[in-house]
Structures are given as structure tokens and as C-alpha cells.
Design a protein around this ligand. Sequence first.
Ligand code: NIG
Ligand code: FE
Length: 419
Amino acid sequence: MPLAVVNCGEIVTVAGPARPRIRDEMKNLSIVRGGAMLVREGRIESIGPQMELKAHIADEYEIVDAGGRTVLPGFVDAHTHPVFAGTRADEYEMRAGGATYEQIAKEGGGIRSTVRKTRAASEEDLFETALGRSQWFLRVGTTTIEAKSGYGLTLESELRILRVICRLGAENRLRIVPTFLGAHEVPDEYRGRTGDYIDLVVREMLPAVASAGLAEYCDVFCEPGIFNGEAALRILGAARELGLGIRMHADQLSRSGAAEIAALAGAATADHLEQIDARGIEALAHAGVQPVLLPASVYTLGSKRFAPAREMIDAGLAVVLATDFNPGSSPTPSMPFVLSLASTQTRMTPAEALTAATINAAYSLGRGSEIGSLEPGKQADFVIHDCRDYREIPYFVGLEPAYETYLGGRLVYSRHDRP
Ligand code: NIG
Ligand code: FE
């Protein structure tokens, strides 16, 4: 049945040029006040002032009354690690006691501790847990996530995680873009033999992942002492030859020139970038790499060093915001919280943050023509938020503003059934 979404206090369409938004374009949200939206076969048919569309709303339409609330495109969370077993609440407590993320990792905790638990879990258990988590994303108004592997680090367990990710996508509740992150950490059995592990990633894992069609992108955690620039270039070069797109964890914990490596590798995105400097920003601008900023991981690690979002916007970079949802550095699926941090800690305006979390994120995943804004012809991935002004979404921090979440015109989450 076609849908007519009526009585929208405002529809934040984010309509605009068919490319990532830069500089002042990031502030323009193309808001329709007192609007309505018509949806047919999962796609947006038209959007406009209700007075104008009223004549087109025939009996065949199912009416969704937004009750004066705000309608937004679903958030596109372009960086998550959602398939893992267990938690790291113990390390969270240790950090409160003064231990650092790096110390904990060196002593065998961190990513490697999640790897041990994830390897021990069955594919069915991983799927059930991840399915529960996919509901968390819908509940905060996210309709697409990029999902990385990286807690298996053997051929078999990386494939298992990617199969879980692809199965989640096949449930059609949340759109999923799968990324292979075999180079997330050097696993226990390869300590001191990083080169051998890189060989395994390049010679066995990547060809198997590509031939099974289990990933669209390949990512590397590029950090001195883990995978250096040379290793990243080798892995990402091999991925490119197999037809995968490229993303990179870059300049997170130290300034190693990883941003320049991402530029050299022709990456779609360089992610984190808390330690980047002016030269790194210039390299990204020159190569057209989109920065993906992850302020919730800075917050969780108790650091004050957020990525320089304003300098990036001034340099013409098409900034993206994402959660980095993972059990260690960012255990939150909440894009509203990320938007709040972007405004309070990096001085992005709510409008810029919203653009970064929707249309720019969609372009970073090669899906800018399908999702990320509410425009005729695009997927009807939209969220009715329980507010009258989109700025309330980051402003009332800690609330869950999503009231109803729709994917391709189908209701996938509703808050009203909750007691
Ligand atoms: O993006 N830095 C590497 N990867 C993740 C952390 C993963 C973890 O701690 O489990 C990140 O912050
Ligand atoms: Fe990450």
C-alpha cells in the first residue's frame, strides 16, 4: 500500500546537489515546514507543503499521521563494529581507575580479548546477538550501517563474522554495508610475526572474502606498532585489485602520517583522525578522501582530543560523522549522542552534523543516489522524531528521540508499543 505521511511539523529533506556536501552547503537542510510525503513501492514519490500535496492523497494511501513531529532521513552510520561476543565492561572500569586503552591492549586485553570471546562463539549465537543490536540502531533513528568484521582474525572466523553481517542485511530491517577488517589487530598466535599475519590477510583472507562476495570495502587499523603505512598500502592495494573499496582507521592514537597513506591508497574514507595536522588535511582534500569523525570513541576513552572538524570543513572536506559502535572504544549505537558531541566538542552546528550523519555518510558508502536524503526516487528510509525542531535531537542529549523508523516505506521500529 502506498503511504502518505501527513502533519509533519518539519521535513528535514537534506535535498541538494547530487554529491557530498561541503563548506556552507553542509548548513543547508532544505526543510519543508507543514509538509507531507508520499511513498510508493518503498520509494519517495513526492514531498512538499501539505496544502499542495493534499489533492494527490487518494483513498489508496495508508495515512501516517506525524502529529506535528519532525521527519528526518534515517541516519547512515558509516563506521561500526557490531558483531562481537561479550562486552569489555571490565576494561571500562579499569580505565576509570587510570589504565589507558593502549596499556590494556599491550597486556593482551583490548581488541584481542574480544577476539578470544568471538572465536569461541557459534555463528548462530553471533547472529542472534547482532540481530538484537540491529534493533538498537533502529531505535535511535539509524537505517543504514557500515559493519566491519575484525574480531575473528582467522580465515574461518572472519568469514563467519561477514556471513553474520550479510545475513543481518538480508533480514531487511536495517541496511548493511559489509567491510572486511582482517587487519584490525595482530592476533595472539601471530605476536612478533606481523609480517606472517599480513601474508595471511593478503594471500588467503582477502581472496576468500572477495570470491564469496562477503564485503564491499576493506579497512585497516593503521597505527604504529600495529599495522604501519607500508602494511596498510600492501593490504589495501591487494583489496583494490580484488575490486573492493577502501576505508582506513587513520591517525587515531598517534600522528603517523596515516592520512597521507589513505590519500595515496585512494581510500573512500579515512576514519578517526584525532591526531591529524594541517598537512594531513591537505592530503585528504587533494585526494578527495572523506573524513569519518568518531567523537563517541574520544569521549569513551576519556580523551579531550577531538578531530579538528572545523578545519576540515574550512578545507572543503565532505565530513562524515559515525558512532564507531564497538565493545572497547565506543559502546554506543547512538547517532543523536554523536551529533551532540560534534556540536559541543567540535563546534559543528546541528545542521552540519546532520548533513555529516546522512547524505555525506551515504556518499562515503557509494549510496548517495539511493539514501541519505528525502528526495523523489530515493528509498523511503525516514524517521519520525518526537520533537518539533531537529536541533532538539542533539540538544536533549541522552533522550531517544525516534518515534517511528521506516525502511523502504515499511515500519521497522515503533516506540509506542513500549510500556
Ligand atoms: O575504531 N581502533 C581500532 N578499532 C576500534 C576499537 C575496537 C575495540 O577496541 O574493540 C576503533 O576505535
Ligand atoms: Fe573503528
